[in-house]
Design a protein around this ligand. Structure first.
Ligand SMILES: Cc1cc2nc3c(=O)[nH]c(=O)nc-3n(C[C@H](O)[C@H](O)[C@H](O)COP(=O)(O)OP(=O)(O)OC[C@H]3O[C@@H](n4cnc5c(N)ncnc54)[C@H](O)[C@@H]3O)c2cc1C
Length: 239
């Protein structure tokens, strides 16, 4: 039974899979991975339904400028690229459902997907729900995202070429990102709340050998300082 909202942009407005026939492939998440999965399934002649709780494009739609997507020598706008991915999937008949999938019962066949509004049945389920960065939770953090605050060194490192950057954390991601950034940035501060890293031992020596890396132990970022809408500094508390 369809209750609301479904938001299906295709002609039929019934909840797909809510009727007798199950959906061939239900994809959860309409980020790049989910839209790609939907596209491939639809092109293979399967009925593909992509569920998205916010808006198509996922994290890609929040990216102002992408430099590392092949085929765009001058880079591309993430939102526009996401929109093109969605259009391409639509062209092959992928159906979109604007609902958050709250649970999937994999013990049944077909599988049963529940949203706040409907229940769907699907023969296959592809989970493409992406990942979310763990944020610092500081004031101005949202506003400064893409203006100095970044959650992906390999994505955004090039924007900080020859600049001074700070990496926060002590795990493998922080260590790997700090090594990556040390190759392109003037100086890298690695700020960690403890006096030693959690990262795998192999990273320790590599980090210690970097001439432009400085550890800031027992420290926590407390305030982002902005200047003309961009990050200008970070105030750190020494514990
Ligand atoms: C600011 C920013 C800049 C970036 N810059 C770059 C870059 O320059 N180059 C690069 O290669 N990468 C970049 N990335 C990373 C890139 O965007 C991600 O790697 C990519 O979007 C991951 O795609 P995905 O489809 O796996 O997941 P996501 O993009 O995270 O999409 C997952 C989708 O699933 C939806 N979803 C989750 N749970 C449910 C549910 N239960 N029901 C329904 N829907 C659900 C989410 O709302 C989301 O839309 C950037 C990311 C950000 C945030």
């Amino acid at each position: 039974m369809t209750e609301e909202p479904n938001n299906d942009t295709s002609a039929a407005c019934k909840a797909p899979g809510a009727q007798e026939k199950a959906i061939d492939v239900a994809v959860i998440g309409a980020g790049p991975a989910g839209l790609t999965a939907g596209l491939y399934a639809a092109r293979a002649g399967l009925e593909a339904v992509v569920f998205e709780r916010i808006a198509p494009g996922g994290q890609l739609a929040q990216t102002e400028h992408m430099e590392n997507y092949p085929g765009f020598p001058d880079g591309t706008n993430g939102f526009e690229l996401a929109f093109s991915m969605k259009q391409q999937a639509d062209r092959f008949g992928v159906r979109n459902v604007g609902e958050e999938v709250l649970s999937v019962d994999f013990t049944q066949n077909p599988k049963v997907l529940k949203t706040a509004f409907n229940e769907y049945r699907a023969n296959s389920v592809i989970i493409a729900t992406g990942a979310r960065p763990r944020k610092l939770g500081l004031e101005l953090e949202e506003e400064l995202q893409g203006r100095g605050v970044s959650y992906c060194a390999t994505c955004d490192g090039n924007f900080f070429r020859d600049k001074t950057v700070m990496v926060v954390g002590g795990g493998n991601t922080a260590a790997g990102d700090a090594i990556y950034l040390s190759r392109i940035c003037k100086k890298v501060y690695l700020v960690h709340r403890r006096d030693k890293l959690r990262a795998t031992a192999i990273y320790h020596k590599r980090l210690e050998d970097l001439p432009n890396l400085e550890f800031v132990w027992n420290a926590v970022p407390r305030k982002l300082v902005a200047d003309e809408g961009a990050l200008a500094g970070v105030r750190v508390e020494m514990l």
